[in-house]
Design a protein around this ligand. Structure first.
Ligand code: FMN
Length: 231
C-alpha cells in the first residue's frame, strides 16, 4: 500500500515536469548530475540490456559543441547538408497529431510575441536549442545502432526518469530532438564511436522563473480520449 505522501511526491515530480526553455546561469553540482543518472538508470529495459549512453557537457565543452552546431545552423546552405539519422516524426502528418504539434508551436511563439509571419524570430527561437537554452548542463544521448525498436522504448523510460529525478531536486529539463539533425557534428566534436547513434539531447538546469517561455503549459487529452476500459 503506497502512503499518500509518497503518492503525492511521485505525482508532483511527474506533473511538475514541463519543457523549460530558459535557464539560470546557476551551475548544477556534479554529484547531483551523477545522482540523477544513477536513479534514472533504474529504468527497466528488456532483458536488462540498459541501452543508454550519455555524454554530460558543461562549461567550455558545452560551448564548443554549441558553437560548432551554431556556425552550421546559421548558414542555411550548410545546414541543409545535415539530416537526422532516424525519423522522429511521421513522414506524413495527419490529425490529431498535426493539430497538437501546431498548437504547441503557436502557443510558444505567441507567448514570445512572435507573430505567424515572423519567420526570423521563430528560427532564432529554434536556434536556441543548440545552446541548450543556456542551461548549465547539456546532455547528449546515444544508442548502439544495432539496437532495435524495443531498446528505444527502454530509452524513453530512462529519459523520463532523468526528467522526473531532476524535478525531485528542483531542477528542470528540456528533451531535445533538435540535435539529431547535427549528429555528424556531435559525433565529431564528442569523439563518438561510429557504432553510437545520437538519440537526442537534453538541457538540464535551474529554470529562469522570469522568462515568459517558461510559463507555457501544454494541453493533454483527458483519459477518456485515449483509454478505454473493458470489463
Ligand atoms: C524526445 C523529445 C524531443 C523533444 N525535442 C524538443 C526540441 O528539440 N526542442 C524543444 O523545444 N522541445 C522539444 N521537446 C519538448 C516537447 O515539445 C514537449 O515535451 C511537448 O510540447 C509537451 O510539453 P511539456 O514537455 O512542457 O509537457 C521534445 C520532447 C521529447 C519527448
Amino acid at each position: 500500500m503506497i502512503e499518500s505522501s509518497q503518492q503525492q511526491a511521485v505525482d508532483a515530480a511527474i506533473t511538475s515536469r514541463r519543457s523549460i526553455r530558459a535557464f539560470l546561469p546557476k551551475p548544477v553540482a556534479r554529484e547531483d548530475i551523477e545522482a540523477i543518472l544513477a536513479v534514472a538508470a533504474r529504468a527497466p529495459s528488456g532483458t536488462n540490456t540498459q541501452p543508454w549512453k550519455v555524454t554530460v557537457l558543461t562549461g567550455a565543452a558545452k560551448d564548443r559543441l554549441a558553437d560548432a552546431i551554431g556556425a552550421v545552423h546559421a548558414d542555411p546552405a550548410a545546414a541543409a547538408q545535415h539530416v537526422e539519422e532516424y525519423a522522429y516524426y511521421p513522414r506524413e502528418w495527419c490529425s490529431p497529431y498535426i493539430d497538437r504539434r501546431r498548437k504547441v508551436g503557436w502557443d510558444l511563439y505567441a507567448l514570445l510575441g512572435l507573430g505567424r509571419d515572423n519567420k526570423a524570430g521563430m528560427a532564432a527561437q529554434h536556434g536556441r536549442n543548440y545552446r541548450f537554452f543556456d542551461a548549465p548542463v547539456g546532455l547528449i544521448f546515444t544508442i548502439d545502432r544495432i539496437m532495435e525498436q524495443g531498446s528505444w522504448l527502454d530509452y524513453g523510460m530512462f529519459l523520463q526518469n532523468i526528467m522526473v529525478a531532476a524535478r525531485g531536486r528542483g531542477l528542470d529539463t528540456c528533451p531535445q530532438a533538435a540535435f539529431t539533425q547535427y549528429h555528424r557534428i556531435i559525433s565529431a566534436e564528442l569523439g563518438l564511436p561510429s557504432e553510437q547513434m545520437v538519440v537526442c539531447g537534453m538541457a538540464l538546469g535551474y529554470a529562469d522563473p522570469d522568462k515568459i517561455e517558461n510559463t507555457l503549459v501544454t494541453a493533454r487529452e483527458p483519459v477518456a480520449g485515449f483509454a478505454r476500459f473493458i470489463e
